[in-house]
Ligand binder design. Structure first.
Ligand code: F6P
Length: 538
């Protein structure tokens, strides 16, 4: 048995032990548990003590991480080596948030110079739009930005805007991602084209949804402003020629590079709309928060390394205990888009069934991630979390000081976050429920029927992350924490976290089906697909 297989075998054995032990019992058995499993990183506090692992299991997991080569892989990632084998590219998102002049390399080539120059260009553009030095064709300052993009060109900026937007912004930011025209219609509703800047964001500038939305938005601008409408366009792309061919003026095309993965790109010019609508200083603070997490990830020994331990906790559940789902519940309305962001980050990165060399993986990879803001989620899917047949580990995120509003409401929010994690851990025994029902004078037959329904098994694991405030720095650190955690998981599973071949087949079949819906010759399909095409064509 190889050293790596032995380390995985130790994890599976640890999982078997965890099945027959209650998490809560570990607090008595392990006096140092809370301190050992509480981490500080870049302004975030992580409590991993409600996870099902014992401290001995954590030590085994750290052995697994070392044996799988996490330290060397981290070095290769941050050195800009080609970690995305199938596309022959580095994944150098850390360079995008590095300090000016940091000297980062991608595939051996120094890239910090062009990153810094692009940051200067973003700042100039953002400042000029905000000051009114850059105006619309009719001489009016821009009051709104329509950000068009999808996937990695949408989810990060949308999350940032929702999390940090002022209540009454100087510049309103709207988003259109879906090719469903309903989204664009809603995004432009109430906007004045003469005061709206359209920022088209696409790494490839070939994405069907984005090009369709960009054309429709340009049509909307032209209908109001005529030929001068193109002065309202800006673009962000790793294929700047295509953006220019679309009609965007060369000095309004902001570059990023093929060594930036789409879902890791919000730190680049992909954040242009946010930098403009929030102000460049806010964007810079976001980068600084992510940079602090990069430094923590790069420099902290694995034992205290927050992305590494969060990854190990998730892998303990995924592989040690065979749990294929995870919920993420930020107790912050402003973070309600964190779950959709993580869905792409984790499931597009690590939803793979073969390793980076094309060999079948030996065990389950990415968990399905779902979630919503607390407390809303409590009134939707928490029933299943507490009493469902499957155990779904939860990541809680709580913000100590609210951004706005009544502190008393903020305390209610926090009380719910803490209480839910406690309820999942300790549950409520049938004996306790029975005693309560007896005290109320219920008959035995009724108690027999009701008590099991009102029992909470407990022993359901969670992580708890606390941010003192939802400021740009801590938001940047939170996102970078999950980026690196996703990378570490990919290393453990031996997969390439930076490609996404699984999205290609549906795209090409959609092109064929579209031809048929538009009256082209019928193709060969399964009977169900043929029937659907016939129905939707009619
Ligand atoms: O969903 C597939 C994908 O390729 C993502 O990885 C990417 O973020 C998204 O499409 C958008 O791609 P682009 O930025 O090239 O338009």
């Amino acid at each position: 048995m190889s050293e790596l297989d032995a380390a995985w075998a130790a994890l599976h054995a640890a999982g078997e032990r965890a099945r027959v032990r209650r998490i809560a019992s570990l607090f008595d058995a392990e006096p140092g548990r809370l301190a050992r499993l509480t981490l500080e990183a870049a302004g975030l506090t992580l409590d991993l003590s409600k996870q099902p692992w014992s401290l001995a299991d954590v030590a085994d997991m750290l052995d697994l991480a070392r044996t799988a080569g996490v330290e060397a892989a981290r070095g290769r990632l941050l050195a800009g080596e080609i970690v995305n084998r199938s596309e022959g590219r580095p994944a150098q998102h850390a360079a995008l948030r590095a300090a000016t002049g940091a000297g980062f390399k991608a595939a051996g080539v120094e890239v910090s110079g062009e990153v810094d120059a692009t940051r200067v260009a973003i700042r100039r553009f953002a400042d000029d739009v905000r000051s009114g030095a850059i105006k619309g064709a009719a001489g009016k300052p821009f009051r709104a930005i329509l950000h068009i993009g999808i996937g990695g060109s949408d989810l990060g900026p949308r999350l940032i805007w929702e999390a940090l937007r002022p209540l009454e912004p100087q510049i309103e930011l709207r988003f259109a991602a879906n090719v469903d025209p309903a989204e664009l219609a809603q995004a432009i509703a109430g906007l004045d084209p003469a005061e709206t800047l359209v920022v088209v964001v696409s790494k490839t500038f070939t994405t069907l949804e984005t090009l369709a939305n960009a054309e429709a938005a340009r049509g909307w601008l032209r209908a109001a402003l005529g030929a001068s409408a193109d002065a309202h366009l800006a673009a962000v792309s790793a294929a700047p020629d295509r953006a220019q061919a679309f009609g965007v003026a060369p000095d309004r095309v902001f570059a990023f590079w093929d060594w930036v993965g789409g879902r890791y790109s919000l730190w680049s010019a992909v954040g242009l709309s946010c930098a403009t609508a929030l102000g460049f200083e806010v964007f810079e603070r976001l980068l600084a928060g992510a940079r602090a997490m990069d430094a923590h990830f790069a420099e902290t020994p694995l034992e205290r390394n927050a992305p590494v331990l969060l990854a190990l906790a998730h892998v303990f559940n995924r592989n040690g205990l065979n749990r294929p789902m995870r919920a993420v519940v930020p107790y912050a309305q402003r973070l309600r888009l964190f779950a959709p962001f993580l869905q792409q980050l984790e499931m597009e990165s690590n939803g793979k069934r073969v390793d980076a060399h094309g060999r079948p993986v030996k065990r389950g990879t990415a968990a399905s991630v779902f979630g919503d803001a607390g407390t809303n989620g409590q009134h939707a899917f928490f029933q299943l979390l507490h009493q469902g047949t499957d155990i779904v580990p939860v990541d809680f995120v709580a913000i100590r000081e609210g951004t706005e509003g009544d502190p008393a409401m903020q305390r209610k929010l926090l009380a719910n976050a803490v209480a839910q994690a406690e309820a999942l851990l300790v549950g409520r025994s049938e004996a306790e429920v029975r005693a309560e029902l007896e005290a109320k004078g219920l008959a035995k037959a009724e108690i027999d029927e009701l008590a099991p329904q009102r029992t909470f098994p407990g022993d359901r694991p969670s992580s708890f992350i606390v941010l003192d405030r939802l400021d740009p720095e801590r938001l940047g650190a939170l996102i970078a924490l999950y980026e690196h955690k996703t990378f570490v998981e990919g290393v453990l599973w031996g997969i390439n976290s930076f490609d996404q071949w699984g999205v290609e087949l549906g795209k090409s079949l959609a092109a064929r089906v579209l031809g048929e819906l538009e009256g082209g010759a019928a193709g060969t399909h399964d009977p169900s697909t043929e029937a659907l095409i016939a129905k939707l064509k009619a």
